[in-house]
Design a protein around this ligand. Sequence first.
Ligand code: AP5
Length: 217
Amino acid sequence: MNLILLGPPGAGKGTQAKLLIKRFQIPQISTGDILRAAVSEMTPMGVKAKGYMESGALVPDEVVVGIVRERLEKNDCLNGFILDGFPRTVAQADALKHMLVCMNMSIEHVVSMAVDKEELLQRITGRRTCRLCGKGYHVVFDPPSVSGRCDECSGELFQRDDDQEETMRKRLDVYEDQTAPLITYYENESLLRSIAGVGSIDDIQQRILSIIQGTHG
Ligand code: AP5
């Protein structure tokens, strides 16, 4: 199963991807996670990406396309993968199409998750992430049992630098400008499946599963 999760910041792409990878035993390829790791390790790519990410802008296409190409070449992608946060521009979508043809692979579904702006802001400003295992929480909608600590590994929970309200608003504008056109792009490729990204995390997972099970029952 090769799947793209498409949606604005805070739509729940990462939350849903983590449930899907457990169920299907395939990797999640999150360009945001890969870039954040590079920033914290201060690799040359991380140093280049840092300023863009902190301001809420997109990292240049050639950087992220290179990341994804390298990741898709790994053997664990042979049985499928979930792209979370990529592609984000028409140029990235074109590059993906080209690289998948060269690898003899293809995308089966693009699931577009719609959530209104006010809810996105609430979700993002309340998001917390475990510093050790990366598990995501929300202070109101999906809180940990012990405040500030991860349920799985007791790691410290932190707030992402780009989750402050001002940066978040910029990220939403960037989404509208540069990423939302991919909805039409994938409609034209007959790959787009749209779902409401509101409701419980489990309900949304069921909506995605029913799309996948249309071909993977
Ligand atoms: P990235 O990390 O990809 O961020 P994003 O796309 O902005 O998405 P988020 O991670 O903010 O949200 P999400 O949809 O995964 O939501 P989540 O599941 O966490 O990118 C960060 C930056 O990296 C970019 O700004 C850019 O600079 C750079 N970058 C990355 N990829 C790039 C690319 N391809 N090209 C160029 N630059 C790139 O959920 C959010 C919160 O809501 C959580 O707290 C969660 O618990 C809660 N929640 C989830 N579902 C529900 C629900 N159903 N009800 C209530 N709360 C919920």
